[in-house]
Structures are given as C-alpha cells and as structure tokens.
Design a protein around this ligand. Sequence first.
Ligand code: ZN
Length: 112
Amino acid sequence: MDQGSKPEQDEELRKQKRLKELRRARNRLFVCFWTFPVYVLAVMQVLETGNETTLIMFAYMALYAGFGANLATKRCPQCHEQYFVKSFFLNPFRSQCAHCALALKQEESLGA
Ligand SMILES: [Zn+2]
C-alpha cells in the first residue's frame, strides 16, 4: 500500500497536467478576445490607406475558429467528455467540466 509511486498519484499528476493544458488553451482564446481593439485599429488603418480588409478579416476569423475548435476538442481528464462543450455549444467561460463538474482550477491548499 505504501509504495513510492502509487498509480493514483500518477493519475492525479496526469489530471493536473491536462487541466493546465485546458487552462492554457482557454487563455489563448481570451487573448484573442482582448486583442479585438487592436484588430479594429488595424482594420481602420488599412481602410484609411484604401486597402482591402477582406484578408485581415478572414485571418482574424480563422484565428478565432482555430482557437475555438482547439478548445472544443479538449477532453476532460476525469470523464473524457468534451470539457467546454455541453450538447453542442462551446462555452469557454465555464470553470468546471460540462459533464462531471471537475474544476478547472483546483484549490491551491485545502486548509485543514
Ligand atoms: Zn468531466
């Protein structure tokens, strides 16, 4: 029972690692949200110079779609369902699993 490396511990470590990946993927999408004003400024600049904005719009949309798709495919380390997707809709703002409610950010210390 009291051996150095217990399978439950390995499982726990793997879970933590997966949760970290989930957080990182979500952060990327949020960074994309935050850069929206930059994007608007860029489009305005391009419009001022009389250039075509179609390409920059498509690029931005592709970026969003990419991050969104990436997030939608992320699986929960506990129940292996899609973490951010519940019956169709991607919700990047959720802080727990859509299926088993596993928290994205675990408590740093449990007190006791
Ligand atoms: Zn889950």
